[in-house]
Design a protein around this ligand. Structure first.
Ligand code: HEC
Length: 310
């Protein structure tokens, strides 16, 4: 509250400054009347390195909700809960005036602020500012990822995650970590992030659902960040999370879903993956040299009965 009050009074000061500028500039109307706020040309020219990056948009959304929503509102219209106390009012970030600006200009404004909007240059990294710019671009054209809807049927949600996981698994097996696999990983990250909380179920189930589906998204995003590195560790995060989800909520695949391990994998613990059918489908790089490396640890039969092997 204290912070807001200072912002409010600095806002008044600012209004005074604009009024003074208006008298000084006189007939050079546009600048003064609108209190035009312009980024330096050099900053405005900067390219957004992650404009079309789906995971950047999602990261930007989280940053926005935490740092900007209070003033600019859920959909960017400038109607956030703190906006009433502010003068000037937070700008509508979906207005033509904002839409026409370059990414570099928005970047500069977020970085530097203008009272009562704080400067974020010291509290946010460059990457985070570009992420939030990417999100603003989606807000303004109405394609921002919607707030996740509560999940009413956990089993079918698990199944759709599994379907994408199996796509990824076979792509990794056939051609490795290429553009196609990256596309699937990105889709998996989006699918998992677009799933909301569990609507029904007890407290424990709800917590498990939230944690594990977040891990699916985290693993997939980590895969995407891995560039050309072997994607093993990130893939296993997804495997572990899906294994736990299948164990708890079941799956709707027509075949059994099995957890396999290749003990010759990266360390003594081996590496694990989920697959359909009994034929070993080791998706890891060493699976190419040793396609037969793998044994079944457990199997989840359709419809979701558990047969465990020690
Ligand atoms: C304390 C309230 C507040 C917060 C928090 C805030 N803003 Fe603002 N924002 C404003 C106000 C007020 C303006 C209008 C400033 C002006 O025109 O002098 C503004 C203006 C802007 C503009 C410039 C629009 C234009 O017309 O050029 C952008 C872009 C923007 N905000 C983005 C953000 C982002 C992104 C965040 C979070 C990282 C954020 N704001 C956080 C209040 C806020």
């Amino acid at each position: 509250m204290n912070k807001l009050m200072t912002q409010k009074s600095t806002g008044k000061l600012w209004a005074l400054a604009v009024a003074m500028m208006f008298t000084m500039v006189g007939t050079d109307g546009l600048v003064a009347q609108t209190g035009d706020w312009k980024a330096p040309r050099r900053s405005a020219r900067k390219r957004n390195p992650m404009r079309k990056d789906a995971s950047a948009v999602l990261a930007g959304k989280a940053i926005y909700n935490q740092n900007c929503l209070a003033c600019h509102g859920n959909t960017g219209k400038g109607d956030g809960p703190a906006s009433a106390a502010l003068n000037p009012k937070p700008r509508d970030l979906t207005s033509p005036q904002v839409i026409k600006q370059k990414d570099g200009e928005l970047y500069w404004k977020i970085q530097n602020g203008r009272s009562p909007m704080p400067a974020f240059g010291s509290s946010m990294s460059r990457k985070q500012i570009w992420q939030v710019v990417s999100y603003l671009r989606r807000l303004e054209n109405g394609t921002a990822p919607a707030a996740p809807k509560p999940v009413t049927d956990a089993r079918s949600s698990v199944t759709s995650l599994l379907d994408q996981y199996f796509d990824l698994q076979s792509q990794l097996k056939v051609s490795g970590w290429d553009a196609k696999a990256r596309g699937t990983a990105s889709k998996l990250a989006r699918t998992a992030s677009s799933m909301g909380e569990l609507a029904k179920g007890d407290k424990k189930q709800k917590a498990l659902w939230a944690a594990q589906k977040a891990d699916v998204a985290r693993g997939a995003n980590q895969l995407l960040a891995a560039k050309n590195a072997e994607p093993v560790a990130a893939f296993e995060i997804i495997t572990k999370a899906l294994d736990s989800l299948v164990r708890t909520f079941g799956h709707g695949e027509t075949e059994a879903v099995s957890l396999f391990v290749c003990k010759m994998g990266k360390d003594k613990a081996g590496s694990t993956w989920l697959q359909k059918g009994k034929k070993v489908m080791n998706p890891f790089p060493w699976g190419k040299k040793m396609p037969g490396c793998g044994e079944e640890l457990k199997s989840y039969a359709p419809p979701a009965k558990i047969k465990s092997r020690p």
